[in-house]
Design a protein around this ligand. Structure first.
Ligand code: 13P
Length: 245
């Protein structure tokens, strides 16, 4: 198994800066991307030795009068390498549309961040089968990546995270075999459109130390986006150990 990427998406956790620092020190490894809430960025960065820093979102303009938003350029200058874009929680609670996500991906790539684009279907779609899920994801990719090809971002700058919505925080991960099939599908779909860009595909949704091995066994899956388990030191350490074999 090649060394796989693990993206720790802390979401709106932990509650205290001291906890964020403690957690960072414990999970600091080369193949880990730590995505803390914005207020903890500086302190997390100050203790990171091996891991990379990621943001959970960034706005679609580099500067201007956009109250409450965070500029991708500011993040880049702060030493941030990755940015998660289009997470289903933002699509749901902040009503982010494919159009907004498309603009965010483009500007993130433009300023030199590695964009982790999240896609994935709801349960109602998956109930109709994997083919229906593929169609759903294909439509998201088509809209979210519209015209990114003009930017000619370097191969490694676009990462796709397949996160079926029904698998997030439910304790019910996707069947790894089907995740691998979806990853292959995503790569195939993007091949002609991205002019031989080869985006990495990650999986997210109820990843734990008990299931990560079976997920990462597949060459088509280059890593995982981990929510809940990334906040538990011992659990995440086990995940890092398995992903680093
Ligand atoms: P969980 O690992 O808690 O299911 O969350 C997945 C996720 O949303 C990562 O972005």
């Amino acid at each position: 198994m090649n060394r796989k990427i693990l993206v720790a998406n802390w979401k709106m956790n932990p509650q205290r800066e001291s906890e964020a620092i403690k957690l960072t020190k414990a999970i600091d490894a080369k193949n880990v991307v730590i995505c803390p809430p914005f207020p903890f960025f500086k302190s997390v960065k100050s203790v990171i030795k091996k891991a990379s820093l990621g943001a959970q979102d960034a706005f679609w303009e580099e500067r201007g009068a956009y109250t409450g938003e965070v500029s991708p350029l500011m993040l880049k200058k702060l030493g941030v390498d990755y940015v998660i874009i289009g997470h289903s929680e933002r699509r749901r609670w902040l009503h982010e549309t494919d159009e907004m996500i498309n603009k965010k991906v483009k500007v993130a790539l433009k300023v030199g961040l590695k964009a982790i684009l999240c896609v994935g279907e709801p349960l109602s779609v998956r109930k109709k089968g994997l083919q229906a899920a593929k169609n759903f994801v294909k439509n998201q990719l088509r809209e979210d990546l519209k015209n990114i090809y003009n930017l000619k971002p370097k191969t490694y700058n676009l990462i796709v995270a397949y996160e079926p919505i029904w698998a997030i925080g439910t304790g019910k991960p996707d069947n790894p075999k089907e995740t691998a099939e979806m990853s292959r599908f995503i790569k195939e779909y993007l091949k002609p459109k991205t002019y031989n860009l080869k985006p990495k595909v990650l999986y997210g949704g109820s990843v734990t130390s008990l299931n990560i091995g079976r997920i990462l066994e597949y060459n088509e899956i280059q890593g995982a986006l981990v929510g809940g388990a990334s906040l538990k030191v011992n659990e995440f350490k086990k995940i890092i150990k398995i992903a680093s074999k």
